[in-house]
Write a protein that binds this ligand. Structure first.
Ligand SMILES: *Cc1c(COP(=O)(O)O)cnc(C)c1O
Length: 395
């Protein structure tokens, strides 16, 4: 008999799609996947070299639980340089990816029944992690017509005496929205007045377009910094998803509690990956610039192409590498064959071998998330297939 908490989380809505995509691939079909949540670029050469060097130099043993001092210092430098935030080593913890960082945060903050406010559409793991840690996710809806920005009045109404924290993810996966200063100031005021923690997931910080600026909410005031746990990592910015390095910066009591939990669960993240991360943060950043330029080119192409398909529409995302495509009209017109975005995703996969993640996975029916972390050639071919598939759907 398994623990009751296991029943609280649903298997990922993407799982079924993935299994199906794998099946089709195994049959030799050419599946184009818009479902991927990781950059299609290679980890920069200098970073790989640093890892090889670490192996050769025997840096292959346990490290301090919360990360090697060299990496903590590189993170401190980065936060000062990019976000104008000053931290000390006691206020930093390195974990096995930002996902693990977030899990540690919920472990140390939540008592049974504590509420965590999550703007919706949301990244799939936030509610699941809250539930696994005995908390209650409370969703605050954001709307496409408002560019998925957070309405402070709606946020205020969601706060109860049990609210412990607010999760922010800007730039956002899946919507690509970036919260502006005014919005962040509204959140800040609420958090301070109601004594809430802000968990700020900034993993897409570097992937922004059109001169849009990422503002780290902790930088708004010294008071706010004491209530904020900043989460970031190297998976997206340095194409290092497999290396599993994420980190948090925050109040010492929170970080030291997280370090205690980590000391009894995973211990340190991989020593070799930590040395690679030092190089990623301190070395040249030109591959990042190249990656963002290429993402930008694809973004423009894909937004334009999708908006030309009857029944599909999407806004220009400001950051990250996803389009959150409105497919409500397509579902309406294809009623005979599909009645939800999950159905539509399955239809596209079966009929034209294009994989996309249905909006339900992010808490919003009527949308599909398309990642543009695939080559321009594949994007073009994929869009062409979608166009034909949707046409067929209406027949
Ligand atoms: C990818 C992603 C993460 C976590 O990435 P890690 O590989 O665990 O560092 C966290 N938040 C969001 C919104 C993401 O898309």
């Amino acid at each position: 008999m398994l623990a009751e908490r296991i029943g609280r989380v649903k298997p990922s809505a993407t799982l079924q799609m993935n299994t199906k995509a794998q099946e089709l691939k195994a049959k030799g079909l050419d599946v184009i996947s818009f479902g991927v949540g990781e950059p299609d670029f290679d980890t920069p050469e200098n970073v790989k070299e640093a890892a090889v060097r670490a192996i050769r130099e025997g840096k292959t043993k346990y490290t301090p639980v919360g990360g090697i001092p060299e990496l903590k210092d590189a993170i401190i430098e980065k936060l000062q340089r990019d976000n104008n935030l000053g931290y000390t080593r006691n206020e930093i913890i390195v974990s096995c990816g930002a996902k693990h960082t977030l899990y540690n945060i919920f472990q140390v903050l939540l008592n049974r029944g504590d509420e965590v406010i999550i703007p919706s559409p949301y990244w799939v793991s936030y509610p699941a992690q809250v539930l696994l840690n005995d908390g209650v996710p409370v969703f605050v809806q954001t709307e496409e017509k408002d560019d998925f920005t957070l309405e402070i009045d709606i946020l205020r109404e969601a706060i109860t005496p049990r609210t412990k924290a607010i999760v922010l993810n800007s730039p956002s996966n899946p919507t690509g929205q970036i919260y502006d200063r005014k919005c962040l100031e509204g959140v800040a005021e609420l958090a301070l007045n109601r004594n809430l923690y802000i968990i700020s997931d900034e993993i897409y910080e570097k992937i922004v377009y059109d001169g849009h600026q990422h503002i780290s909410i902790a930088s708004l005031s010294e008071e706010l910094k004491k209530r904020t746990i900043l989460v970031n990592g190297l998976s997206k910015s340095h194409a290092m998803t497999g290396w599993r390095i994420g980190y948090a910066a925050g109040p010492e009591e929170v970080i030291s509690a997280m370090t205690k939990v980590q000391s009894q669960s995973t211990s340190n993240p991989t020593s070799i990956a930590q040395w690679a991360a030092v190089e990623a943060l301190k070395g040249p950043q030109d591959t990042l610039t190249e990656m963002v330029t290429e993402f930008d080119r694809r973004r423009r192409f894909l937004v334009d192409a999708i908006n030309q398909i009857e029944g599909l529409s999407c806004r220009m995302p400001k950051g990250a590498f996803y389009l959150f495509v409105n497919v409500k009209e397509a579902i309406e017109r294809g009623r005979r064959r599909v009645s939800s975005s999950s159905d539509l995703a399955m239809y596209l996969l079966e009929e034209i071998q294009v994989a996309a993640v249905p909006g339900e996975a992010f808490g919003r029916e009527g949308y599909l998330r398309l990642s543009y972390a695939l080559s321009m050639e594949r994007l073009q071919e994929g869009v062409e297939r979608i166009r034909k598939g949707i046409e067929q759907l209406y027949q």
